[in-house]
Design a protein around this ligand. Structure first.
Ligand code: SAM
Length: 257
């Protein structure tokens, strides 16, 4: 199998869920950066309703739950992730205020202008940054906020190998000024943006996968899907190490007009 040209989306979803369920986070990020983004959000109270879209097992949601007032609804497509999310909320005694529900980001289960804040780390790419910003806006109260992380180019030009990888994986990747322009165009005032530091990728995302990959390889020895999934993740990590000067995740925080 030519792994370079195999999209992760072609793999068996149950195996993908099992692999990522063993990790605290399913994408790059860190508690420190979640809190940094939260510091730009004003006006939350005990009455606030926050949604975390594409929440996964809730690594970042639990940080929000501990530090932000109000209620949080986590939404994810995969029931396995939501089960773990609710288990984690109970373990931390946050279950009264933090609840996970199965749902899709293209059909969110909220009323118009019901939310004070939409959060989404490493997940908006599933429907695309521009589409997500535009479609989710109606759920946010006037004066409310959106905070998302998104893959972005740091430079105007970059080597062909990494350009080709991203054009295949997510052609909507763009420079930071262009992403900010899209946010403004979608009806938000860009309130802050900052690049996630390398430790969000290495310490919090790729390094924990090394042990997970060893376990997974033992458990699924000879299983082509599992091997391809691991090869894919390793390839991504290698590219990150090689080209991290050219791209990364950026937190974009906007205020709805
Ligand atoms: N926010 C988590 C984090 O940072 O650890 C998870 C990020 S993970 C890279 C992307 C998440 O989006 C996965 O949990 C996946 O199940 C979820 N997802 C993919 N498509 C979705 C959709 N259409 N609706 C809701 N969630 C979706």
């Amino acid at each position: 199998m030519d792994n370079d040209h195999t999209s992760i989306h072609e793999f068996d979803f149950d195996l993908i869920c099992e692999y990522f369920s063993t990790l605290e986070r399913q994408g790059p990020g860190s508690p420190e950066m979640t809190l940094k983004a939260l510091s730009f959000i004003h006006g939350l109270s005990g009455e606030s309703h926050i949604a975390d879209i594409g929440c996964g097992t809730g690594g970042q949601t639990m940080v929000l739950g501990k530090h932000a007032p109000g209620r949080i609804t986590g939404v994810d497509l995969f029931p396995q992730f939501i089960d773990l999310f609710n288990h984690n909320a109970s373990k931390l005694d946050l279950h009264d205020r933090v609840k996970g529900v199965v749902g899709s980001m293209d059909k969110l289960p909220f009323e118009t202008e019901a939310l004070d804040l939409i959060w989404s780390e490493g997940a908006i790419y599933n429907i695309g940054f521009e589409r997500g910003l535009n479609e989710w806006r109606k759920f946010i109260k006037p004066g409310g906020y959106i905070a998302v992380t998104e893959a972005s180019w740091f430079t105007q030009k970059r080597p062909d190998e990494i350009d080709a990888f991203w054009q295949d994986a997510y052609p909507e990747i763009d420079t930071i000024p262009n992403k900010l322009g899209q946010m403004q165009h979608a009806g938000y005032v860009p309130a802050a943006s900052f690049i996630l530091p390398e430790n969000c990728w290495i310490e919090h995302f790729y390094t924990p996968q090394v042990a997970a990959q060893d376990d997974f390889q033992k458990k699924y020895a000879g299983n082509q899907t599992a091997e391809a999934l691991i090869a894919n993740q390793r390839h991504e990590a290698q590219l990150y190490h090689k080209y991290k000067a050219y791209y990364g995740y950026v937190f974009y925080i906007g205020k709805k007009l």
